[in-house]
Design a protein around this ligand. Structure first.
Ligand SMILES: *Cc1c(COP(=O)(O)O)cnc(C)c1O
Length: 389
C-alpha cells in the first residue's frame, strides 16, 4: 500500500523544479505549465522577487502566533481591504477554510441581531472546498457521497437563474454564496446582470452576499477581483489559491457592518496569516501592481481566447470557448481527459473542469511566446482527435 492516501488520481508525472511558466520532471524533460498549481503560482515558479522576499522573512521569523501583533499581516490586511473596498480581513490557510470562516461570520452576524437567518444558498455546479461545511455548500454530489450526516442549512439553485434564487430565499436565508466564475464546475460565468440582480435582492431582503474568489481573485480574471467586472461589491469575499503565489494562505474579508461579529474567541487559526505566508502575499500584490501584470492577464488572455476560438471551425468537437482573463475553458462535446493526457505527452500541462472542459490557468506573467506555444500544442492535439472519436 502506498504510504500516501489515495485521494488524488495523480498524473503519471513527477515535477521537481520550475522557472517561470516552465517545469521539469525528474528525468529533466520540460513542460509548459498552464496549470500553475491550480491557479496558485501567480508569479510563475521560482520568481526572483518571491524567492528573495521569503528567504529574507525565513531568516527573521517563520511563524508567530496570532496571540501577538504581526506587522506583515497588518500590511496585507491594509492592502487587501483597500483593493477590495471591504473593511477587515481574517487570515487562514486555504480556500475551504476561508469559506468556512465566511459561513460562520454570516451566521454569527444574524445571531448577533437575534435574527433566525442561518441558511446559505449556493449554486449548482459550484465548488467551495472539502470541509464538511464547504462540501455541503458545493453544488456537486460527487464531493458529498459517503460523508453524511451533512450539516443542515444549505441549499442550491442553478446559476444565472434569478427567479430560482427568489423562490429559494426565505426567512431563514442568511447569505447567497457564489463564485463569479465557477472554476472547478466547468468555467461557467455568472453573468454581470445576474450578479447585479443578486446584489439588489440581497439588499432588499437584508441578506449577505458572499463571493468565493478563491480561484478567480488576485488578478486571475483580468481585474484584481472578478466582482469588479460586474460593478458590484460583496459583503464577504474569500480568497486563497493565487493569494500566496505558492505559499498556503487564505483570507476572508468583510464589510464594516459584518466584520465586528467576529470578536475575540469566535474564530481562529494557529497558522493563519503567519509572517511567511503574508510576506509571499505582499510580494504577489507588489508584483501585480509594479509589473502591470493585469495588463498582461488581459492581453495574454485575449491572445489565448482568440487562438482557441480560431481552432473551432476546423475542430468540430469544440463546443464553446469561455472564461475571463487567464481562467479559460474549452468545452468539448466529448470527454476532455484524453486531450489533457495528449497535451502532456507533447509537453503542455493543462487541466480539466468537469468531464468535458479543458481548463487553462497559466501564471499571470506568462509570455506571448508561451501562449503561442501552448496554442500550437492544443491545435495539434485537438486536430489529431479525428483519429480517436
Ligand atoms: C479550490 C477552491 C476552493 C477550495 O480551496 P482549498 O484551498 O483547496 O481548500 C474553494 N473555492 C473555490 C472557488 C476553489 O476554486
Amino acid at each position: 500500500m502506498n504510504s500516501i492516501m489515495n485521494t488524488y488520481a495523480r498524473f503519471p508525472l513527477t515535477l521537481v523544479r520550475g522557472k517561470g511558466s516552465r517545469v521539469w520532471d525528474e528525468k529533466d524533460n520540460s513542460y509548459l505549465d498552464f496549470i500553475a498549481g491550480i491557479a496558485v503560482n501567480t508569479l510563475g515558479h521560482a520568481n526572483p522577487a518571491m524567492t528573495k522576499a521569503i528567504a529574507q522573512q525565513a531568516s527573521e521569523m517563520l511563524h508567530c502566533s496570532n496571540l501577538f501583533h504581526i506587522p506583515k499581516q497588518q500590511l496585507l490586511a491594509d492592502q487587501l481591504t483597500s483593493l477590495s473596498g471591504l473593511d477587515a480581513a481574517f487570515f487562514c490557510n486555504s480556500g475551504a477554510e476561508a469559506n468556512e470562516a465566511a459561513i460562520k461570520l454570516a451566521r454569527k452576524y444574524f445571531y448577533d441581531q437575534n435574527s433566525p437567518r442561518r441558511a446559505i444558498i449556493s449554486a449548482t455546479q459550484s465548488f467551495h472546498g472539502r470541509l464538511l461545511s464547504t462540501l455541503t455548500a458545493t453544488g456537486q454530489d460527487k464531493v458529498k457521497i459517503g460523508f453524511d450526516p451533512l450539516p443542515p442549512g444549505f441549499s442550491h439553485v442553478p446559476l444565472n437563474d434569478i427567479k430560482a434564487l427568489k423562490l429559494a430565499i426565505n426567512d431563514h436565508t442568511a447569505a447567497i454564496l457564489l463564485e463569479p466564475l465557477q472554476g472547478e464546475g466547468g468555467v461557467n460565468i455568472a453573468e454581470a446582470t445576474y450578479l447585479q440582480a443578486v446584489r439588489e435582492l440581497c439588499d432588499e431582503q437584508g441578506i449577505l452576499l458572499i463571493l468565493d474568489e478563491v480561484q478567480t481573485g488576485i488578478g486571475r480574471c483580468g481585474t484584481m477581483f472578478a466582482f469588479e467586472q460586474a460593478e458590484i461589491k460583496p459583503d464577504i469575499l474569500t480568497l486563497a489559491k493565487g493569494l500566496g503565489g505558492g505559499m498556503p494562505i487564505g483570507a476572508m474579508l468583510a464589510s464594516a457592518a459584518v466584520a465586528p461579529s467576529f470578536g475575540p474567541g469566535t474564530h481562529g487559526s494557529t497558522f493563519g496569516g503567519n509572517p511567511m505566508s503574508c510576506t509571499a502575499s505582499l510580494t504577489v500584490l507588489r508584483e501585480i501592481a509594479s509589473s502591470k501584470l493585469l495588463d498582461n492577464v488581459n492581453q495574454r488572455g485575449e491572445q489565448l481566447r482568440q487562438g482557441l476560438q480560431a481552432l473551432a471551425p476546423s475542430v468540430p468537437i469544440i463546443k464553446q470557448v469561455r472564461g475571463q482573463g487567464l481562467l479559460l475553458g474549452v468545452e468539448l462535446n466529448v470527454e476532455a481527459a484524453p486531450f489533457v493526457a495528449a497535451a502532456r505527452d507533447k509537453g503542455l500541462l493543462i487541466l480539466m473542469a468537469g468531464p468535458n472542459v479543458l481548463r487553462f490557468l497559466p501564471a499571470l506573467n506568462v509570455s506571448a511566446e508561451e501562449v503561442d506555444e501552448a496554442l500550437t500544442t492544443v491545435a495539434a492535439v485537438l486536430k489529431e482527435s479525428k483519429t480517436w472519436v
